[in-house]
Every structure is written in C-alpha cells, then in structure tokens.
Design a protein around this ligand. Structure first.
Ligand code: HEC
Length: 450
C-alpha cells in the first residue's frame, strides 16, 4: 500500500503524475450496477474512492478480505458492524469487485477536474507561506520523504509538528526566522500522530505504535515516554493528545476504542473504553467547561466525555454511515465536524442536541479538520479535489475557497489569534509547515500564538 494501513486512514489524495494510474470519471470507475451502491454503503465510506481501483485481485482474495472486515481473524475486530451486511449483499459486492477490480483490470484512479469556485476579492487579500522541512541524510532509505502531520503553537510563537517519516521526529519552525529544529524520537519508529504543548512549553506527542505518550522539554532536550495505560492492562494505538487547564493530557486511542488521560501531578495515565465498539476515536478537543469531545471516526458519531462524572454521551451524525476525522468547538459551544467520506459539514448544539449538516459545495469533498477562528468562522481542510482550505461563514452560510499551493491533504489546522491558519501538507511532494493569511494586511507578526 502507498500509505500506512495501520492508521486505518485511506485519505491520501491520488496523484496522477509519475504513476501508472489512469484517471477516469466516477461512473467509469464504478459502473452503475447494484454492486455500486452496496460498495459505497458498506466499504467506500471507510476506503475512499481510490482504494479499490488501485487493486486487481481474484475473487478468493476479495472474499478473504471481506471476512477480515467482518472480524474473522482480525486483531482489530470487525470493521463492518456485526449484523449489517447480509449474505446476499456480500455476494453482490464480491462479484462487483471481481468483475471491475479483478486480475485482468488495470490500475485506475478517480479523475477530479476541480474548478474551485474562486472569489477574486477574497483571494486578493490572502497569502500562503510554506516553510519546507529539509530532507537530510538521516532519513530511512525506504522513506525518502518527510511527512508532517499536525501543527501546534508553543507559548513562544513557534509552530511544532510531528514528522512520521523514519526516523520519526517532532520539530518546530520559528516563523520569524524560518529556522527549523528537529528532535529525533527515542523510538524512531513509534509513528507519532498528534502533538500538543502544555502551559510550560513542554511538548507531548501520541505514538500510534507501542501505546506511549511522549514528552519533550525543549529547554533541556530531555524526552520521556509514558505508557498510555499505567496499569499495563490494555493495548492500543494512540492518536491525538490535547492539554487541559491543569496541564493534564487527554488523548484518543484509535485502535482499542479508548479515551485516556495523563495526569500532570501523578504522571500516570488512565484509559476509558468508549461506548461504541469499532468507534476508532480520532480528533479530540475540549469545550469551555473542559468536557472532552472526540470524533468516532469509523462509527460516524461525536463523543463527549464529562471528566467529573466520567460519563460518555454520543451524538450520531444524521447521514449514516460516515467517517469523521476531526472536530472543533466554537466560542458559543457549538461542535463542528466534517463528514470525511460524504462532504458534509456538521454542527451540533449540545444544549438541544440538534444537529445540522451542510453540503460542502464541491463534489468529492473530504473535510478533514474543521476548526473555528476567533470570529467563529469555520475553517475546513479539504484534500478531496487536490487541496484547499475553505472558510465557512455560519451566518451567511457561504463557503470561500483558498486552494493550497501544493496538491495535498492537510490533516490538522491550528489558527492564531490573528486569524492565520496553519496546516501541514501531508501528502504533498514537499513536506512543510504551511500558513494561510486570509487577510495579509491584518497580519501583525509572523509568530504564531493561540
Ligand atoms: C469501518 C471502516 C471499514 C469498512 C466499513 C471496511 N473497511 Fe476494509 N479496511 C479497513 C481498515 C482500517 C483496514 C486495514 C485493516 C487491517 O490492517 O486490519 C482495511 C483493510 C481492507 C483490505 C486490505 C487492504 C490491504 O491491502 O491490506 C481490503 C481489501 C478491504 N479492507 C476491503 C474492504 C471491503 C471490500 C469492504 C466492504 C465490504 C471493507 N473493506 C469495509 C476499514 C474498513
């Protein structure tokens, strides 16, 4: 596979250049037969539109993989929720896959002829800057590209990122000088995903391999790794950390379906199983009352955990099934999320439980992160058509497009108090920390502060 299947993420944008993949229209790729709707409903909400056409497998192999998806012999448990795929539908899907993506088929991908709706007046004020992370001699021979994952600001205005190329690192760019400093992790193959910074400037990262939370003290360079479950009783793959007002670190556990808390006083971590099996907890954030909100990636729900009562509440997205990667909470307490597979922007009002979904106007939209700025405009990172940031105005219900300099997805956003939108172009040809100034005339400093 072209990407790490252990993340359960299939969100990389298919590239046309330099590969033997022919790009064709959606209808050509997926002929309109009964198998198509079933494949969309049962498989593609997780796998995306380019996964199946990249494979040419005989019937027996497709069938074996569907067994695995139903949980047979799989360490991760069932991907397809039990009781939701009938024997007849399963047979139709297998036949459809074998007919269109069998050994005689050619490698194909989805052609997206994106003509972004561009607002010249808005774009005229905007500026993108990308700080390229240099390639260097320490890179693993099998992994010649660096891969930045998640931006985060420290109290000094630097922008930190995780780097998932091997050797794994965390690092930061100082936007005032462009200087980049990297720290190779104690376990260079731990595959760090999310990252956060506490009030003292200490940087925490969550490892997807090995079930540890790491901490760097940038002043001394000292790094410590903590088990994500201090009792040692559970196993899993960590995902995204977030710091609360007491410098405790909350984190999601994507494989193992848990939410965890590392206590700043005891330096011990506790985990809680989330209510839904197969949820794959992903993005995480806190509201003003420090409830912990997280995306249930594979089960199309948003979860809330109240640390005082240790109770979970789940909100089911109206359009099922779906995948939701990340979420954000605005200043009024509204919870925003993106339907990664279905191009929806969702809003939950936790006081009433009411959920509204908006259609992102372009076809094949893949909203990844959804994050409010200081004015409660919602920013969406969308890699579906080659890479764009989108500003949604909740009052006017309008979407403004800011296509990215490189073809890429952008898995996480961090927005400064001045409204500068930082992102990491993950599948781009040049790894970077990037920033969009939507109104460069209002920029007061290149430094990044929350
Ligand atoms: C809820 C999400 C989800 C659904 C639904 C789902 N998959 Fe998967 N699939 C995954 C994940 C995650 C993996 C990687 C799994 C692993 O390594 O255990 C995977 C792996 C696979 C693989 C193996 C990939 C490789 O090359 O190693 C195939 C093939 C596959 N799925 C086909 C299907 C088919 C066909 C369906 C529908 C009948 C389906 N999947 C439904 C999430 C899903």
């Amino acid at each position: 596979m072209a990407e790490p299947v252990q993340q359960g993420e299939f969100g990389f944008t298919m590239r046309s250049s330099g590969t033997d993949v022919t790009l064709v229209s959606y209808d050509e790729l997926y002929p309109r037969e009964p198998g198509r709707a079933l494949l969309e409903k049962q498989c593609m909400y997780c796998h995306g539109k380019n996964f199946f056409p990249a494979r040419q497998l005989p019937e027996v192999t497709w069938s074996t993989f569907i067994d695995v998806m139903e949980g047979k012999g799989s360490e991760r448990g069932a991907m397809i929720p039990p009781g939701t795929l009938s024997a007849a539908d399963r047979a139709t899907i297998t036949a459809y896959l074998t007919k269109h993506f069998g050994p005689a088929a050619t490698k194909r991908g989805l052609k997206v002829d994106a003509d972004f709706p561009l607002d010249e007046a808005a774009l005229g004020k905007a500026m993108y800057v990308e700080y390229y992370v240099p390639l260097d001699a320490s890179l693993d021979a099998t992994n010649k590209q660096r891969r930045t994952q998640e931006p985060h600001f420290d109290p000094d205005g630097n922008v930190w990122y995780t780097d998932r190329s091997v050797p794994n690192r965390i690092g930061h760019v100082d936007p005032r000088t462009g200087a980049i400093k990297d720290f190779v992790l104690p376990d260079p193959k731990a595959d760090p995903h999310g990252l956060t910074v506490d009030s003292r400037g200490r940087v925490f990262w969550a490892e997807t391999v090995g079930f540890h939370l790491g901490r760097l003290d940038p002043k001394t360079g000292a790094m410590t790794r903590y088990p994500m479950d201090s009792t040692g009783q559970s196993k899993g793959r960590g995902h995204t950390p977030v710091v609360d007002s007491r410098d405790n670190v909350w984190f999601t556990v994507i494989q193992g379906d848990m939410l965890g808390k590392w206590d700043a006083k005891t330096e011990k971590a506790t985990v809680w199983k989330v209510p839904t099996q197969g949820a794959a907890p992903y993005g995480v954030t806190l509201d003003k009352d420090e409830n912990v909100w997280f995306a249930e990636f594979r089960r199309c729900k948003i979860g809330k955990f109240d640390p005082r009562t240790e109770k979970f509440t789940e909100y089911e997205a109206p359009t099922q099934p779906c995948t939701i990667r990340r979420l954000g909470v605005d200043s009024k307490g509204m919870v925003w999320y993106g339907g990664f597979n279905n191009g929806k922007l969702g809003k939950i009002d936790p006081r009433t439980g009411k959920i509204v979904e908006y259609d992102i106007p372009m076809p094949f939209a893949e909203p990844y992160d959804v994050w409010p700025d200081r004015d409660d405009k919602i920013w969406i990172s969308d890699g579906g058509q080659g890479g764009t940031l989108i500003r949604f105005d909740p009052q006017a219900e309008t979407f403004t497009y800011f296509p990215t300099p490189q073809r890429t997805d952008q898995p996480k956003l961090a927005i400064t108090r001045d409204g500068a939108v930082w992102y990491t172009p993950r599948s781009s040809s040049k790894a970077a920390a990037g920033v969009l100034y939507p109104d460069v005339g209002k920029m007061t400093t290149p430094a990044a502060y929350y």
